[in-house]
Write a protein that binds this ligand. Structure first.
Ligand code: S3P
Length: 436
């Protein structure tokens, strides 16, 4: 059951670093493996998700070694992976799975892919459709894992209009297009995280991005080798907000998190929190491996509610669990809508947030693809045991709630935290939390 319990505390203080960004970690491992030469990665998050991806790449003949805190990858070139002699196990990671299926569309062998209980429930048809159009043969049951894929030497160029705002789908197509003798274009109607584009550019891919009438046209000309690069990865903004939120809702608190990724496509939450009257500011902006990075300081705040719509929700899709916790400490009502995609994450996040908040005696109502969270001048009661449903962000968000609610909060199935943030409990306790 691996239960964790978080008890209310009076203050949280400290200056910390947090693990590297998970999205950039996955992409650096993949591009390092597909390039020519030796890539060194500094700041990779060593979580269950990235360790599974490292194993998957090793199974296909990529030499990867750990030297101190760095990872060294000996690239094999864009079509150079070897047929594995076993099923590729992707664990809990939707990102690694969808990106790797893109890569495998362009490798000329047949391979089986599986995942854990949570991943096996998540939709894969969103990538199966475009990748099939590009020539891959993909077999699945109901568009979910397990999947068998047989890739082709030369993927076909396509023009793809992204109907779901998904960086994973966009990235999967772009990675498949590395083997295309021509130009593949992905049309993005709503902006999603752009780490794949930034990193592909860094590795020398022939990629161009045009902005046209609120859309992004991302074009990649394939069949050009990638050149190995050294990559430095800054802290994960989604993890940073989870830790920082504990300072916003706990009295007498101040937490500074150094070197966090503040790429605009990941930082929508900053403006939302500002509008909620959050005491949050950034300093020391700089670029690391073409990604914008800064220190973020979070202090105790007198929060007010906010109403956010689809575009904003898309911009902070991974922050919605912790946003909902923060909103339950606001004095006035909050709501969000347009969160359909939240249903397809590590758990159905609309349901898991709703059930968790109700159990903690927060007044909350469901609406179409969203929630209404009733504000209160008093802090939430807490005092309950929450099911994480194997969702790391749900587990961490409710543990953070426990630091500032009236009574302690317990989380069942908390082991999932190690998929993204293995040292979360230690780090929180060093700041003054009581999580055990
Ligand atoms: C991710 C994209 C998002 C996000 C996930 C990581 C990525 O998923 O929720 O945690 O690294 O590309 P979608 O593309 O499904 O929205």
């Amino acid at each position: 059951m691996n239960q964790l319990s978080s008890s209310p505390i009076n203050s949280l203080k400290g200056i910390i670093n947090i693990p590297g960004d998970k999205s950039i970690s996955h992409r650096s491992l993949i591009l390092g493996a597909l390039s020519i030469g030796v890539t060194k990665i500094d700041g990779l998050v060593f979580s269950e998700d990235t360790l599974n991806l490292i194993n998957v790449l090793k199974t296909m003949g990529v030499k990867i070694i750990k030297k101190g805190k760095k990872i060294i990858i000996y690239g094999v070139g864009i079509g150079g992976l070897k047929k594995p002699n076993k099923t590729l196990f992707m664990g809990n990671s939707g990102t690694a799975t969808r990106l790797m299926i893109g890569v495998l569309s362009n490798q000329e062998f047949k391979v089986n892919i599986s995942g854990d209980k949570s991943l096996s429930k998540r939709p894969m048809s969103r990538i199966i459709e475009p990748l099939t159009e590009m020539g891959a043969e993909i077999k699945s049951k109901d568009g979910k894992l397990p999947i068998t894929i047989k890739g082709v030497n030369e993927t076909l160029p396509i023009n793809y209009n992204l109907t779901i705002p998904s960086a994973q789908v966009k990235s999967s197509i772009l990675l498949a297009s590395l083997g295309t003798p021509g130009l593949t274009t992905v049309i993005e109607n709503e902006i999603t995280r752009n780490h794949t584009e930034i990193l592909l550019k860094l590795f020398g891919a022939n990629i161009k991005i045009k902005r046209k009438k609120n859309k992004n046209l991302i074009s990649l000309r394939g069949q050009q080798e990638l050149i190995a690069k050294n990559v430095k990865i800054s802290g994960d903004p989604s993890s940073a907000l989870i830790v920082g939120a504990s300072a916003l809702i706990t009295p007498n608190s101040e937490i500074k998190i150094k070197n966090v990724n503040v790429n605009k496509t990941r930082f929508t939450f900053f403006n939302v929190l500002k509008k909620m009257n959050a005491n949050i500011h950034i300093s020391k902006k700089k670029y690391i491996s073409n990604e914008e990075t800064a220190d973020i300081t979070f202090k105790s705040s007198k929060l007010k509610g906010i109403h956010i719509g689809k575009k904003t929700v898309t911009g902070m899709i991974d922050e919605m669990p912790i946003f909902s916790i923060i909103a339950s400490f606001a004095s006035t009502n909050s709501s969000f809508s347009g969160g359909e995609e939240l249903k397809y994450k590590e758990s159905n996040r609309i349901d898991t947030i709703y059930n968790g908040l109700l159990k903690c005696k927060v007044k909350v109502k469901k609406k179409l693809n969203g929630l209404i969270i009733i504000g209160n001048k008093n802090k939430p009661y807490g005092g309950s045991t929450i099911q994480s449903n194997f969702d790391h962000r749900i587990a961490m968000s409710f543990l953070v709630m426990g630091t500032a609610s009236k009574k302690r909060i317990k989380i069942n199935e908390s082991n999932c935290i190690k998929t993204s943030f293995p040292n979360f409990t230690t780090l929180m306790n060093n700041l003054g939390a009581k999580i055990s």
